[in-house]
Design a binder for this molecule. Structure first.
Ligand SMILES: *Cc1c(COP(=O)(O)O)cnc(C)c1O
Length: 807
């Protein structure tokens, strides 16, 4: 295996020759990038064979992590890091006449996800591997990942993301492990040998072909696989259909197969009942469950012990059809009776909830399900009937029966299905899990309290700290006695001891200053903007959503700008506000907010009063690789969602680990951050979740705040007037004061939190002027970020939900 620089050089040279018939001197950067990926892939593929043998031989229980999104980002540097060959790879590339940094930069992000939920799956895959848990991730091999965002005349334009051109170097197609997935058709029942058989006739078949991406763990030879299903038409069947004259059906199958794995739905925290999306979900679920069942049968010869050797963790309700699909296989293919099949299913599946937003809870029209998946629909009806009976017998309350129903009002409710068919239901932060128990799933909790638990999210701290912030990594190693923190993130706590060490605080400040300068150079090169590295880098990067309240951030900046108009001396500390956010292409309000940010940025840019004082920059195409450059350079982390709405957040953790201070509400995992940091190490503001509920119950009238608060009124009025580009944002003004299109006036309580938010920003700036205090706080943030390592979260899943051993 290529571990020395010399061996890597030889392996790269051989790969270039084998794949492109070129010497290193002749090869392009793209070819060298692919060759690097292929060399590491070979090492991991060999280890994968060993890992699978070990799992089979020792009959270990396996974790299957199902997620319609895996936001992997880049893999070259990460895999080299985990394999312990990053320095050698750098040297080898440089010795062969390439710039290692350029090669790494060439790799496209594997953007097979929208935001936090997809990135969580990627971080967990790393931790499951590092903790030596036999595990696999499953998703769809989307041809086009999350769109590339361009800003043209202030507006978002979406471009296709054909990541596979270069990114496919990581993928190992396994056509021999393909599965057939059936859609539509009709059911025929017949008795044979005393058993009722059900066959699906005239169905459209799509072939699911696995493309495996092997991932390395840190300091282990264990590897795991991310299995991405590609959709292909079933060619031999096509020919048969053609020869029988069934041209249309053959064409239909071809078309369906081609579209199924075509695109990732670019919606975050939002649900639309689109037929193609349901097809994607079932395609992915059926292929995954069939492949797991087949491998299990190969080893054990029976499915009766399936739950003892497998656990299926489902990331939100998107893969919820695993429940009826397992039932289908146990009953139709393994010949089990209902009760046995149900007993095994409900001991194999665990469900993670990711949202309490009503518009994001999946509900499928039952007609669509019945037509597209006739056998699954039959099974769902029976699951629903039995569940409803249990609820009735438990509560004798029609209201509760209705609320907990799986099928109701012509719809299939996926969250209720997951609760009924799973052995565990977890939220992703303490507050969120509490809201699930007390509010969203209150009645289910009343009936089966043992199912409900919490696992607060975490992030891969090796990627999000050590790999991307080498300056900070090196300081941490110096202060904590080496690399222990990489496997034991709580070791970071030792940093607290240096809070009064002037040299350490200076080193920390220097690292941040360097990272800011690096980011400024990158922003100049990629976007042509000039960032002042001496300004506060005040950052809000995340998907654009009203509940995340980018608009509240904007209102505060407008207020600041207006103050500067009145008094050019009002700002002494240069302040740069950075935004990055993709809006779902169909989410009109979100797109308007992006345009507003750009209008405001332009206004401030052209106003000489703001020079060297105030700046707003919208960073194009926020994605994992951009986040990796930005986190080390950030000083202020904006986590300002309406309390009760953000399930956890993971961006908040990335910032904290890199020493940024949080301006935030008590929402999601900010609550746990506050627990370890105290009031003195973050800038909290705003209503608490229970106060939000109470205010809405009383009847919230934002116009009153508008009338009462002159500063707020002036800045809302600026939305109507607009800025130097002449665009009015009256629509946003109307939305805040009067509501629109079925949504309440100021649905997310921006006006209610405005004053408190402005005060928090003022406290933040004041603190910034005391650099010693600021650096102390920054050090405390890094020191206490260990609990937000994904290793901790995955260990909790392993111990409390999966019941599998880990390192
Ligand atoms: C971490 C991450 C997110 C999640 O950010 P939140 O602030 O938790 O919503 C979204 N997108 C990318 C690219 C990320 O890396």
């Amino acid at each position: 295996m290529p571990f020395t620089t010399k061996q890597l050089e030889e392996a790269l040279t051989a790969k270039l020759m084998l794949n492109f018939s070129k010497t290193p001197e002749e090869a392009t950067q793209q070819e060298m990038m692919k060759a690097s990926a292929l060399v590491l892939r070979d090492v991991m593929a060999l280890r994968s064979v060993e890992a699978h043998k070990r799992t089979r031989r020792e009959q270990k229980k396996q974790v299957h992590y199902l997620s319609l999104e895996f936001l992997m980002g880049r893999s070259l540097m990460k895999n080299a890091y985990n394999l312990g060959v990053l320095p050698q790879l750098r040297d080898a590339l440089n010795n062969l006449g390439f710039q290692a940094a350029d090669i790494f930069e060439l790799e496209p992000d594997a953007g097979l996800g929208n935001g936090g939920l997809g990135r969580l799956a990627a971080c967990y895959l790393d931790s499951m591997t590092t903790l030596e848990i036999p595990a696999a991730g499953y998703s769809i091999c989307y041809e086009l990942g999350i769109f590339k965002q361009k800003i043209v005349e202030g507006q978002q334009v979406e471009l296709p993301d054909d990541w596979k051109n270069l990114g496919s170097a990581w993928l190992l197609p396994k056509p021999e492990e393909a599965q057939e997935v059936r859609f539509g058709g009709t059911l025929r029942e017949f008795w044979d040998d005393g058993h009722l058989h059900i066959v699906n006739e005239g169905a459209t078949t799509v072939l699911a072909v696995p493309c495996d991406m092997v991932v390395a763990g840190y300091e282990t030879t264990h590897v795991n696989t991310l299995r991405l299903w590609d959709a292909k038409s079933t060619k031999p069947v096509d020919m048969a259909l053609f020869s029988r004259g069934e041209y249309l059906k053959a064409a239909e199958e071809e078309a369906m197969a081609e579209t199924i794995a075509k695109i990732l739905y670019p919606e975050d925290n939002h649900y639309e009942g689109k037929s193609l999306r349901l097809k994607q979900q079932y395609f992915f679920v059926s292929a995954t469950v069939q492949s797991i069942a087949k491998k299990h049968l190969d080893v054990y010869g029976t499915l009766r012990n399936f739950h003892e050797k497998n656990v299926l963790q489902i990331n939100d309700t998107h893969p919820a059809l695993v429940i009826p699909e397992l039932m289908r296989i146990f009953i139709d293919e393994a010949g089990m009776d209902w009760d046995e099949a149900w007993s095994i299913t409900t001991r194999s599946v665990a469900y993670t909830n990711h949202t309490v937003l009503a518009e994001a809870l999946e509900r499928w029209p039952q007609d669509l399900v019945a037509q597209l998946l006739p056998r699954i629909w039959q099974i769902l009806m029976e699951i629903s009937r039995r569940w409803q009976k249990r609820v009735e017998e438990f509560y004798h309350d029609e209201g509760k029966t209705q609320k907990m129903a799986i099928i109701w009002g012509g719809e299939v409710r996926m969250a209720n299905l997951c609760i009924a068919g799973g052995m565990a239901v977890n939220g992703v932060s303490a507050l969120h899990s509490d809201i699930l128990k007390k509010d969203v799933f209150k009645d289910a909790y009343g009936m089966e309290p043992w199912k409900f638990t919490n696992v607060t999210n975490g992030i891969d701290h090796r990627r999000w700290l050590s790999e991307i912030n080498p300056g900070l990594d090196s300081l941490i190693r110096d202060l904590t006695g080496g690399e222990d923190y990489l496997m034991q993130p709580l070791v970071l706590r030792k940093l607290d001891d240096y809070a009064d060490d002037a040299a350490v605080l200076k080193a920390l400040a220097d690292i941040k200053r360097n990272n800011k300068a690096d980011f400024a150079a990158y922003a100049k090169q990629t976007q042509g903007v000039n960032l002042n590295p001496d300004a506060i880098f005040d950052v809000q990067v995340k998907r654009l959503h009203e509940y995340k309240r980018q608009l509240l951030n904007v209102l505060h900046i407008i207020a600041l700008y207006q103050r500067l108009q009145d008094d050019p001396g009002a700002i002494t500390q240069p302040h740069t506000f950075l935004f990055g956010a993709k809006a779902a292409p169909g989410y009109a309000v979100a797109k308007r907010i992006i345009r507003l940010i750009n209008s405001l940025a332009d206004q401030i840019d052209h106003d000489p009063v703001c020079k060297d004082k105030l700046q707003v920059v919208f960073l194009e195409n926020y994605r994992v690789s951009l986040a990796e450059r930005l986190m080390p350079a950030s000083e202020v982390s904006q986590q300002i969602s309406t309390a009760g709405k953000e399930a956890s957040g993971t961006g908040n953790m990335k910032f904290m680990m890199n020493g940024a201070l949080t301006v935030g509400t008590l929402d999601g995992a900010n609550v746990e951050m506050h627990e370890v940091l105290g009031d003195e190490n973050m800038f909290l503001f705003g209503l608490h979740a229970d106060e939000v509920t109470e205010l809405k119950r009383e009847g919230y009238i934002p116009q009153r705040l508008y009338n009462r608060d002159q500063r707020l009124r002036r800045c809302l009025d600026a939305l109507r007037t607009g800025f130097r580009d002449g665009i009015s944002y009256d629509d946003l003004y109307q939305r805040l004061l009067f509501g629109a299109g079925g949504s309440a006036a100021d649905e997310y309580l921006l006006l209610a939190d405005f004053q408190s938010y402005c005060d928090a920003e003022s406290r933040m700036v004041e603190t910034y002027l005391d650099q010693r205090r600021w650096n102390q706080m920054s050090l405390h943030n890094i020191a206490r970020s260990g609990i937000f390592a994904a290793d901790r979260a995955v260990a909790e899943y392993a111990e409390h939900i999966w019941h599998v051993p880990h390192r």
